[in-house]
Write a protein that binds this ligand. Structure first.
Ligand code: RIB
Ligand code: CA
Length: 298
C-alpha cells in the first residue's frame, strides 16, 4: 500500500512514523508536515530528524501549512515537550523538498491514481488545501486514514472537540465532507490502548523503533510524574491502515462545527450514509500488542 503520512510530530506521531516505516504492508513514499502539536518549523525539523534517525534519510519530506485555513494553531508543547518531542534527536542534515505539501500530495495522487493512501495524523490543513487546489484528488486518493474527532466521547481540547479537528475545523469539515473513502480514528477508540511506565521500563528496545518509543514515552512520563497512561492515537491510525479488523467501524457522513462557540470543532456523525468509516470500538489489548509489534520490526 503506497502511503504518504501527513504529520505534526509530536511524540505519538513519532511512534506512528516508526511503525509505518517498519511495516512490510506500507510503502511510505514521503512525509508532509503541518503545524499543530508544534510550529511548522519544529514539526518539519522533527520529521526530517525522525526519518534520518530511522535510517530513511532519502525519504522525501514536504513542508506544509504553518497556520490553519482560519485563525492560528495553538500548539501543544506542554504535552509533547519543548521543540515538540521529548527526546533530542541529532539535528537533521537533510532538507525539505521544493514542492510544498498540498502540491506534493496532489502530484503523488496524480502519479498513483487509485493507489495512494494518505495517513493524516495532524490538523487537516494540508489535505484540505490539496483538494481545494486539485479537486480530482477526490477520485485519485484511494483512502484517507484520519486521526481526529470525538464523536461519542468528550474532546481533549474542549468538552466537544479533539485537538486535530479543533486546530483546523474548516479544513476538517472540507476533508471529511470530500467524499474520499475515509477511516476516522477518533478519541472514541484512543482511550484504552495505552502504554504504561511498566511497558517502557520492561522494554529491551532491540530495534530503532523500540528505542525511539522507549525514549519518547519515557521522556513523556518524565514531564508528568503522576502520569500512568500514554495514549496511542496516531499509532492506532497507522495500525488501522494495516489491521482494520482490530476496529469496529460504522459508515457515516461526518460534519464539523465551524462556527465559533463552545461546540467549535465538534464532529457529528449521521450513520447509514456518507464516505467515512467511523471507528466505534477497538480490540484494545490486541491493538496495543500490534503497536508494539510494529515498533519492534527492523
Ligand atoms: O488528539 C490527538 C491528536 O492530536 C494526535 O494526532 C496528537 O499527535 C495531536 O496531534
Ligand atoms: Ca499528531
Amino acid at each position: 500500500m503506497k502511503a504518504i503520512i501527513d504529520t505534526d510530530p509530536g511524540t505519538d506521531d513519532a511512534l506512528a512514523i516508526a511503525m509505518a516505516l517498519n511495516s512490510p504492508d506500507l510503502d511510505v513514499l514521503g512525509l508532509t508536515t503541518v503545524g499543530g502539536n508544534a510550529s511548522l518549523a519544529d514539526t518539519t525539523r522533527n520529521a526530517l530528524a525522525l526519518a534520518e534517525w530511522l535510517g530513511r534519510s532519502e525519504l522525501p519530506v514536504s513542508r506544509g501549512a504553518f497556520r490553519p485555513v482560519r485563525g492560528s494553531f495553538s500548539y501543544a508543547y506542554h504535552y509533547h515537550g519543548p521543540g515538540g518531542l521529548t527526546v533530542r534527536l541529532p539535528r537533521p542534515s537533510g532538507a525539505v523538498m521544493p514542492l510544498r505539501a498540498p502540491d506534493y500530495l496532489a502530484y503523488m495522487a496524480y502519479t498513483h491514481p487509485g493507489e495512494l493512501v494518505i495517513i493524516a495524523l495532524g490538523p487537516l490543513t494540508n489535505v484540505a488545501q490539496a483538494i481545494r487546489g486539485e479537486p480530482r484528488m477526490r477520485k485519485w486518493v484511494k483512502h484517507l486514514y484520519v486521526m481526529g474527532g470525538a464523536v461519542h466521547v468528550a474532546g481533549n481540547v474542549t468538552p466537544h472537540a479533539e485537538f486535530n479537528i479543533y486546530s483546523d475545523p474548516v479544513a476538517a469539515g472540507e476533508v471529511l465532507g470530500s467524499g474520499i473513502d475515509t477511516t476516522l480514528i477518533g478519541l472514541d477508540v484512543c482511550g484504552e490502548p495505552v502504554l504504561t511506565p511498566a511497558d517502557i521500563e520492561g522494554s529491551d528496545a532491540a530495534s530503532a523503533g523500540e528505542l525511539l518509543a522507549r525514549e519518547v514515552v519515557r521522556g513523556w512520563f518524565a514531564l508528568r510524574p503522576d502520569g500512568d497512561r500514554y495514549m496511542l492515537c496516531d499509532p492506532l491510525t497507522v495500525a488501522a491502515a494495516v489491521r482494520p479488523e482490530l476496529f469496529e467501524h460504522e459508515r457515516a457522513a461526518v460534519s464539523v462545527e465551524t462556527e465559533d462557540g463552545d461546540r467549535l470543532g465538534k464532529t457529528t456523525a449521521r450513520y447509514g450514509e456518507g464516505s467515512v468509516r467511523v471507528a466505534r470500538a477497538v480490540r484494545a489489548a490486541e491493538a496495543t500488542a500490534v503497536v508494539k509489534e510494529m515498533l519492534a520490526v527492523g
